[in-house]
Design a protein around this ligand. Structure first.
Ligand SMILES: Nc1nc2c(ncn2[C@@H]2O[C@H](COP(=O)(O)OP(=O)(O)OP(=O)(O)O)[C@@H](O)[C@H]2O)c(=O)[nH]1
Length: 308
């Protein structure tokens, strides 16, 4: 299946909801003020966030003559959404930045958000490019998390550095980076714990993992990615802020976009957090982690290419 088809399939729940709603609004209200009001509500329903939904309909209002045909309206909307997302997109900094290998990626985020899966998929993809990759299990709190990472290491044929139960996560990260340097690996991917029951402890732990990783590397980690579960919707924003207080994040990964009809959350999150969305998870296969491409994403949820 081509990348484009896979993105379409992954986003089908959001697309089905948005396209049928917009088309029926246009059928019911035509190109009218009522239609725009109803459209604003539908965008909020799709989790785009009230502020952005209001801005979008404001822009449509200003655009002058509204298209009376649903597909044209979706095309206009797509143009506005691509423009919005493009302001908050960036590629992973794994190849084209200075500094000696290994490139280091730290994954942070709440339990169950998809960190381990993202680490595994990323390792799998880098391995496919012929890179030497070390996966590091710095979640020493949950043995199951380490076992899951070990399975991914096997699947990706990546090497694994895992901590002993109860070991200081920062020391595991340090060992992982040192092992990657000694083995001349291209990339080291560090999976961390994300329990939120004790916020100050988690924050202290994460900032120590980051600073010890930086010390072992001799520079800041190339990427500190905050992994967010799209199915938690607006609640994810609150959780994200806790992590942002603890570590300086270089980008976002949004997982499980295939599991929601409210994929508009991607817009709300990048807008509210003002951080680039770098990767999206659209399924459980190793290939279902994708660099974020605003035009492909918007086309997949609105079923039209943006007007040029
Ligand atoms: N459908 C779908 N499932 C995903 C995606 N990403 C992760 N998952 C699933 O989400 C569940 C949780 O993912 P994990 O990678 O274990 O999450 P985690 O953040 O590492 O969780 P802890 O190990 O508990 O900290 C797993 O069942 C994954 O297979 C995605 O993009 N789409």
């Amino acid at each position: 299946m081509s990348l484009w088809q896979r993105m379409r399939e992954g986003m089908s729940r959001t697309r089905d909801a948005l396209v049928s709603t917009i088309d029926s609004l246009v059928r019911r209200h035509g190109a009218s003020a009522e239609m725009l009001e109803a459209l604003e509500e539908s965008l909020i329903e799709a989790d785009i966030g009230p502020r952005l939904a209001c801005e979008i309909t404001g822009r449509l209002r200003q655009a002058g003559r509204l298209p009376g045909e649903a597909q044209e309206l979706r095309r206009l909307l797509a143009t506005i959404l691509v423009e919005e997302l493009s302001r908050h997109t960036a590629a992973l900094e794994l190849d084209d930045r200075g500094g000696e290998p290994p490139r280091a990626v730290l994954l942070v985020g709440v339990n169950g958000s998809g960190k381990t899966t993202t680490a595994g998929k990323l390792a799998w993809q880098l391995r496919r490019e012929g890179k030497r990759v070390i996966l590091v299990g710095a979640d020493t709190f949950r043995a199951a998390a380490q076992d899951q990472l070990a399975l991914w290491a096997q699947r990706a044929r990546a090497e694994l550095v895992r901590g002993a139960p109860g070991q200081d996560p920062a020391s595991v990260a340090f060992d992982g980076v040192k092992a990657a340097q000694a083995r001349k690996a291209d990339a080291v991917i560090i999976d961390t714990a994300g329990r939120l029951h004790n916020k100050s402890q988690l924050m202290a732990e994460l900032s120590k993992v980051r600073s010890v990783t930086a010390k072992a590397l001799g520079r800041a980690p190339d990427e500190v990615l905050l992994v967010l579960d799209a199915t938690t919707g607006q609640n994810g924003l609150q959780q994200a802020r806790v992590f942002l207080e603890a570590v300086s994040v270089t980008g976002l990964v949004m997982t499980k976009l295939d599991g929601t009809a409210r994929g508009g959350i991607a817009f709300a999150i990048v807008r509210e957090l003002d951080l680039p969305l770098k990767l999206v998870g659209i399924g459980e296969d190793p290939d279902d982690l994708r660099p974020f491409d605003p035009a492909a994403f918007v086309e997949a949820i609105l079923d039209v290419a943006p007007s040029s």
